[in-house]
Design a protein around this ligand. Structure first.
Ligand SMILES: C[S@@+](CC[C@H](N)C(=O)[O-])C[C@H]1O[C@@H](n2cnc3c(N)ncnc32)[C@H](O)[C@@H]1O
Length: 606
């Protein structure tokens, strides 16, 4: 799952900083020491923080100031000219320039946050992408800010610059908008506030009136508005006192002394592209990159062992010391303590007064939360690693060996549960496609958990879905669907991917299926799907598509799975188009699903 696009708004006129702005854009003024040791501006800081948290694309809404024009682009960072007409104007301008219609994090370039708060914000929305989020913090005075009224974690009312001031919870200039909310907001004509600007507060109020969920996300370490002289001074003082650069100082110094000073300088200006790991790489490429590769495999082995021995599930039930855990699970306390320390060093656990707890966000991801837990995915990955996703398996595939598409029966339950969780981040995108409104009967080819069928039928009351899959998988899908409030519009048909025809439907979904098969079998399957559709019948193909994946990303790594099975699936979108064309389909468009890291091709039978 990848992070959504980020928009940093930096197009303001700087009217609250008279004297300095507009000569110096406030977001480019140094406010703290950056990781490289060079001063870091609010904009560079935000770009670095979001880049560290895994953002693939960072949009920066800028004005005509020549310093913005000179900012180098690339590495996921893009600037675009926006009207200095308020925060929502920047969002509207961003929606019109970016190609994706996925969710968006919006952050005011005037604000400074701690690294940990940005990380927690991104973790929270990545683990639960539904709904919108408004970051907020407790402040001593809300005057000059937007005060939030919260009820059970939900924002219920917003008071702009309350005259009475007083302590309260204030909006922090950091938001997350789900794709649905953006879709709706794009069609809403925002009211101008008293400064003639398109105000974010007005937009949040409009979303509330239209029953969109706004979750208040409390920042642990507050925020600083650098847009006023006082705020700027406070931010500089506070950030100097809580310098996060300490741990990087030695590294920056070492890197510089190896002659990489220019890289360090670029990093402080660009923020988003060069993080401390790439600095290390520039300094000593062979040693550090290989060490990183080896480390990730070893850490994952420790996580797998902890899952297998029941350690994580036990810890998820409540804080526990090593000795008690060892007794409960009948394990040797010595090696168990070492394992727990490894997990602590790698941020999976925390230790409070000798008791072990899951660290956020793993407390939400590795507990037993049905429909949310990532444990089944980790178990399936662990099985696959032991079975064939390893050096020997890939070597065998290079010699022409192919794995069956059917996994052993005792792994099917975990695969079903993992797919159900996966469907939560992708199915809502599919459901929003306007093309589905005209469809009445959809074939979900190798539909797995039934998660897509559930979401599609929920959003389209006139649509019925038939899930075609192996009987071993359908048993789980039927159970999941029965546990949800389904009204009989989802049917299950035992079916064989390699041989069976697809009965007639007006539309079909092929999600995460093509990657199971080598090219000739993919085209053959797609031809059978085409035979069940009318002319111009809708086909949705949802899968991993490899248009220049980011180095080290989950997407780039996923191709190893299909390599190890012998399917050798590593298609670009042009290659996918060509295969669909060969099977009798014409692709209308492709769109990427940022949270899932996947691509959707919307095609019609020719
Ligand atoms: C990666 S899952 C994708 C499931 C679902 N479409 C999704 O996107 O969540 C692949 C699916 O192919 C099914 N499958 C594998 N071999 C099959 C076969 N021979 N006949 C029918 N289904 C098969 C599996 O049971 C599984 O549900």
């Amino acid at each position: 799952m990848t992070a959504p696009d980020i928009l940093i708004t930096a197009a303001g006129r700087g009217s609250r900083l008279t004297g300095v702005a507009p000569m110096i854009p406030k977001t480019l003024m140094p406010i703290c020491t950056g990781r490289s040791g060079w001063p870091e501006s609010a904009l560079a800081r935000l770009a670095r923080q979001f880049s560290d948290s895994g953002a693939a694309r960072i949009w920066v809404a800028v004005n005509a100031h020549p310093w913005f024009t000179a900012l180098p682009e690339g590495g996921g960072l893009r600037t675009f000219r926006s009207r200095p007409l308020g925060e929502w104007a920047a969002v509207a301008d961003c929606l019109s320039v970016r190609a994706s219609d996925g969710p968006l994090v919006v952050v005011s370039g005037d604000n400074a946050f701690s690294d940990a708060d940005i990380e927690r914000f991104v973790d929270a929305l990545t683990s639960d992408p539904a709904g919108c989020r408004v970051a907020c913090a407790d402040v001593e005075s809300t005057s000059g800010l937007t005060k939030l009224e919260l009820d059970g974690g939900h924002v219920v009312r917003l008071h702009e610059k309350p005259p009475e001031g007083g302590a309260g919870v204030a909006k922090a200039g950091l938001y997350y908008f789900s794709a649905d909310a953006l879709d709706w907001a794009a069609g809403w004509a925002p009211r101008l506030d008293r400064f003639g600007e398109q105000s974010m507060t007005e937009m949040l109020r409009a979303l509330l009136r239209n029953e969109f969920e706004l979750l208040g996300h409390r920042l642990s370490e507050g925020f600083h508005d650098i847009g006023t002289p006082d705020g700027l001074a406070r931010a500089i003082q506070h950030l100097a006192a809580t310098s996060e650069s300490e741990s990087f100082e030695t590294e920056s110094f070492e890197t510089a002394s190896r002659g990489s000073r220019s890289v360090a300088v670029t990093s402080s200006l660009r923020g988003s592209e060069v993080d401390h790991r790439s600095l290390q790489r520039k300094g000593d490429p062979s040693v550090n990159q290989v060490a990183e590769l080896l480390a990730s495999r070893k850490i994952l082995s420790a996580v797998e062992a902890a899952i297998d021995a029941g350690v994580l599930t036990q810890i998820a039930t409540g804080p526990v010391p090593t000795q008690v855990l060892a007794a409960r699970l009948d394990l040797d306390p010595g090696p168990l303590e070492a394992l727990l320390r490894v997990l602590l060093w790698n941020d999976l656990l925390v230790r409070d007064n000798g008791d072990w707890r899951l660290a956020p966000p793993y407390d939400g991801l590795l507990g037993e939360h049905p429909g949310k837990t990532m444990l089944p995915l980790l178990r399936i990955e662990s099985w696959a690693h032991g079975s064939h996703v390893n050096g020997r398996g890939i070597r065998a595939a290079l010699g022409g060996e192919q794995r069956p598409t059917e996994i052993p029966d005792d792994e099917v339950g975990d695969l079903a549960a993992a797919m159900l969780v996966g469907s939560r981040s992708s199915a809502p995108y599919l459901a929003r496609l306007p093309e589905l409104r005209a469809c009445r009967s959809l074939a979900d080819i190798a539909g797995g958990s039934g998660g897509y069928a559930l979401t599609l039928t929920r959003i389209h009351p006139e649509l019925s879905v038939v899930v075609y899959d192996r009987p071993a998988m359908l048993r789980h899908a039927e159970k999941f669907v029965a546990e949800s409030s389904s009204d009989g519009r989802i049917l299950f048909v035992p079916w064989n991917l390699h041989t069976d025809d697809v009965p007639e439907h007006d539309s079909a979904l092929v999600s995460h299926v093509l990657h199971l098969l080598p090219r000739d079998q993919r085209v053959e399957l797609l031809r059978r799907v085409a035979a069940g559709l009318p002319r111009r019948g809708l086909l949705l193909v949802h899968d991993f598509v490899y248009d220049d994946p980011r180095p080290g990303s989950a997407l780039a790594a996923s191709a190893v799975d299909w390599l190890a099975t012998g399917a050798g699936f590593a298609l670009t979108s042009d290659e996918l188009r060509a295969e669909l064309g060969e099977a009798g389909f014409e692709v209308d468009r492709t769109t990427s699903l940022p949270l899932a890291g996947t691509t959707l091709a919307i095609a019609r039978r020719t």
